[in-house]
Design a protein around this ligand. Structure first.
Ligand code: UTP
Length: 409
């Protein structure tokens, strides 16, 4: 992309100010800026002005989950189906590790966070240890592991994995790819500058992972490996069971195009997204969209009808992912603190939100998949998220849950 093309692209979105320092830039800096402008998608920005265009929620109705008693009864049969798929190389895992982890407040990627007490126990180590349980169960079959990073944490993540010898995982079964970035704007939809040669940008949410995988050329790898299912999971749940054979078997046998691990809500007003049907398609309704009627609704057995929260562990059928890859996901405009370069050239790290980031979310992909099996897991055994430094969903709560599960820290 040359200067004129960049000016034209920016002009179409009212962002010409991104070139205001052009005359002060070195050749190298000019090149960097042009590359960034070429790569960034500015189209989400117009939603800042016209937020009414964002689709409203459809008709919500309950979606039945496979609950623990049924899973216990069928554990052997389901586990057998899942293990067979793993042994045949049909299952891959995708670690979503492109997030910024701002709430945790560490400068390093979240996967490098050390939750150990008497020894080092890094978040990544915990995930790999859990995945290794499945490798052993599948007689040494390594599950291909795809790790999504972002421009902001790629070098640190790959370097860390190498330094720790991939925590015992077979490096030939690990692929890294970077997710796309999205521009960050002020409240008027004008992009912030991070430096004279750089527009402020951040990873575009955890919903763009499959498109980013495709962009990285990994579709042919998936085909060559014969992968039919991808288990997508978040980096910050240190009890995360990855490529769980019983979950895989249950989803395959259900005939659904996707499955989602869910936990029973701890309280009706717990702040988790719950599984439901929206206009007849599987969907996740966020806690802030739950009306009093939905909160009170009961199923045939008299239990709360919307009682199963998602934990960011999904199994998705690969061929359906390819089908929906080009469909537009709902865009989320999120108010955030965006560090930026002020007009006087100083770098500002705001203490309060000062603008918008644009994110796509994996939970919206479930709707596009067409069908989904919510699969209940025991919260205390499989859900120990680390979002904050202290308090709810923090290092302390996760450590306690590890202790309860006999994991030495
Ligand atoms: P969160 O929504 O908790 O975001 O991510 P975060 O960036 O880790 O943390 P905060 O909100 O800044 O404190 C849930 C999962 O989605 C991944 C995260 O790495 C985590 O595994 N994620 C999130 C991405 O991979 N990319 C993104 O752009 C955002």
């Amino acid at each position: 992309m040359n200067y004129e093309e960049a000016k034209q692209k920016l002009g179409a979105y009212g962002q010409e100010h991104a070139l205001q320092y052009w005359d002060e830039l070195s050749d190298m800096e000019r090149q960097n800026l042009l590359c960034q402008i070429d790569a960034l998608d500015f189209s989400p920005i117009h939603f800042v002005k016209d937020r009414g265009e964002l689709p409203a929620k459809g008709d919500i109705s309950p979606l039945k989950a496979m609950e623990l008693p049924e899973i216990e009864d069928r554990r052997e049969e389901l586990g057998k189906t899942g293990l067979q798929a793993i042994r045949e190389g049909k299952v891959g895992a995708v670690l979503l590790a492109g997030g910024m982890g701002t709430r945790l407040g560490s400068d390093n990627p979240k996967c490098m966070y050390d939750i150990g007490i008497t020894r080092h126990v890094y978040i990544m180590q915990r995930l790999i240890e859990n995945l290794m349980d499945v490798v052993r169960e599948a007689d040494g079959t390594f599950v291909p592991l795809f790790i999504m990073t972002s421009e902001k944490n790629h070098e640190a993540t790959t370097g860390f994995m190498k330094e720790h010898h991939y925590f015992g995982y077979d490096p030939s079964k690990i692929w890294f790819f970077r997710q796309d970035m999205a521009p960050a704007t002020d409240y008027n939809g004008k992009v912030y500058m991070e430096a004279k040669d750089r527009i402020a940008s951040s990873p575009n949410g955890n919903g763009g992972w499959f498109a980013s995988m495709a962009k990285a050329g990994l579709l042919s790898t998936l085909h060559d490996l014969g992968i039919e299912w991808l288990n997508c999971f978040s980096v910050d749940n240190v009890l995360q069971r990855i490529a769980d054979p019983v979950f895989i078997g249950a989803t395959i046998n259900s005939g659904c195009a996707s499955g989602s691990k869910v936990v029973r809500k701890a309280a009706p007003d717990e702040k988790v997204g719950v599984m439901c049907l929206e206009d007849g398609c599987p969907s996740i309704i966020e806690y802030y969209d739950m009306t009093p009627e939905l909160l009170k609704a009961k199923d045939d057995a008299g239990n709360p009808a919307y009682n199963f929260g998602v934990i960011l562990n999904y199994l998705l059928r690969e061929k359906d992912l390819e089908k929906i890859m080009n469909e537009k996901l709902t865009l989320h405009i999120v108010e955030k603190k965006i560090p930026y370069m002020a007009q006087d050239g100083t770098f500002v790290k705001p203490q309060a939100p000062n603008g918008y980031k644009f994110e796509l979310l994996i939970l919206d992909m479930i709707r596009h998949m067409g069908s989904c099996l919510p699969f209940e897991v025991r919260r205390n055994h499989e859900f120990a998220p680390i979002k904050n430094k202290e308090g709810v969903d923090s290092v302390e709560t996760a450590r306690e849950l590890c202790r309860q599960n006999g994991i030495e820290l």
